[in-house]
Design a protein around this ligand. Structure first.
Ligand code: PEP
Ligand code: MN
Length: 264
C-alpha cells in the first residue's frame, strides 16, 4: 500500500484542513513538551505569526530515564486545544499507548508515533484500526527504509490511509551530534513511496544552531515539511532545550525556508 509502484501519484494528507504533501511546504513548530498553559499559548501565538501551519507539543513523553520529566499528559492536550482555539493551528502530539487513543481522537489533529515506537507492532495495528486522525510516523533510531516503510504498511493495512513519514536522524558512530540527519532519505523515499515526508532537524542534530542549515538542506532536497522545536526560554526547558529555537530565530528560519521553497 505504501509502494510507489502501485500508487504512482503523490499522497496528500489532510490534517484538519492543512494539506501535507502538496506544493506548499508544511512548517510544524512548538515545544518538545507542553510545560504550562502560558508557555504553549505564547509559543503558539509566536509561531502562528511566523507562518507555521501546525503546532507541536509533547504531552506523553518517551524519556530515556524514568526520573526525567514525563510530560503533563491529559492536561497538556487540553492546553494545546486552548492554543488551537485561539490561533487556529491544528495540533500534533505523540501517542505512546493504545490506552490514550480515544483521547487523541478527540483532541489531536495529527498523531505522532515516536522513533522508539516505530516497531511497536501492536500499537501500529491499533493505530491503523482505531485512530481516526492522520499519523506522523517517525523513523526508528536505527531502522532501514524498508523497516520504516513496513511499519507504515502496518498502519495502512489496518485501515488508516493517512500516513506522513518523518526522518529525525539515525544513530551512527558520531557522538558530537545527537543523531545524524539522513538527507538521502528524502530522494530515496520519494522514489519508493507516495507518502509525504517531513524532516525533524531538531532531534537529528540535537543543537539549535544545526537546525537552520539542516532545514534548508532538507527543503532543497525536496521534503514536504519541516518540524522544529521552538521554546520561549530554551535554557530552562524541561526537555530538549539545547536543540530548541527561540521564537525570533524560528521566525527568520520560516522566512528563509519559504523563500527557498519558492526558488526550487
Ligand atoms: C519528539 O518529537 O519530541 C520526540 C520524542 O521525537 P523522537 O521520537 O523522534 O525522538
Ligand atoms: Mn523533543
Amino acid at each position: 500500500l505504501a509502494n510507489r509502484m502501485f500508487h504512482p501519484d503523490d499522497t496528500v494528507v489532510d490534517v484538519s484542513g492543512v494539506l501535507v504533501g502538496n506544493d506548499h511546504l508544511t512548517l510544524i513548530a512548538g515545544p518538545c513538551s507542553v510545560e504550562s498553559q502560558e508557555q504553549v499559548l505564547q509559543i503558539a501565538r509566536d509561531i502562528k505569526s511566523s507562518g507555521a501551519d501546525l503546532l507541536r507539543g509533547g504531552a506523553y513523553k518517551p524519556r530515556t530515564s524514568p526520573y526525567s520529566f514525563q510530560g503533563m499528559g491529559s492536561q497538556a492536550l487540553d492546553y494545546l486545544c486552548e492554543a488551537k482555539k485561539e490561533t487556529g493551528l491544528p495540533i500534533v502530539s505523540e501517542l505512546m499507548s493504545e490506552k490514550h487513543i480515544d483521547e487523541f481522537n478527540d483532541k489531536v489533529d495529527l498523531v505522532q508515533i515516536g522513533a522508539r515506537n516505530m516497531q511497536n507492532f501492536d500499537l501500529l495495528k491499533e493505530v491503523g484500526e482505531r485512530v481516526k486522525k492522520p499519523i506522523l510516523l517517525k523513523r526508528g533510531l536505527s531502522n532501514t527504509y524498508e523497516e520504516w516503510l513496513m511499519s507504515a504498511e502496518y498502519i495502512l493495512s489496518h485501515g488508516n490511509p493517512n500516513v506522513i513519514l518523518c526522518e529525525r536522524g539515525i544513530r551512527t558512530f558520531e557522538s558530537y551530534t545527537r543523531n545524524t540527519l539522513d538527507l538521502q532519505a528524502i530522494p530515496v523515499l520519494k522514489r519508493l513511496t507516495h507518502l509525504p515526508i517531513v524532516i525533524d532537524p531538531s532531534h537529528a542534530g540535537g543543537k539549535w544552531w544545526l537546525v537552520e542549515p539542516m532545514a534548508k538542506a532538507s527543503v532543497a532536497a525536496g521534503c514536504d515539511g519541516v518540524m522544529v522545536e521552538v521554546h520561549n526560554d530554551p535554557e530552562s526547558a524541561l526537555c530538549d532545550g539545547p536543540q530548541s529555537l527561540k521564537p525570533e530565530r524560528f521566525d527568520q528560519l520560516a522566512k528563509s525556508l519559504r523563500a527557498l521553497k519558492n526558488i526550487i
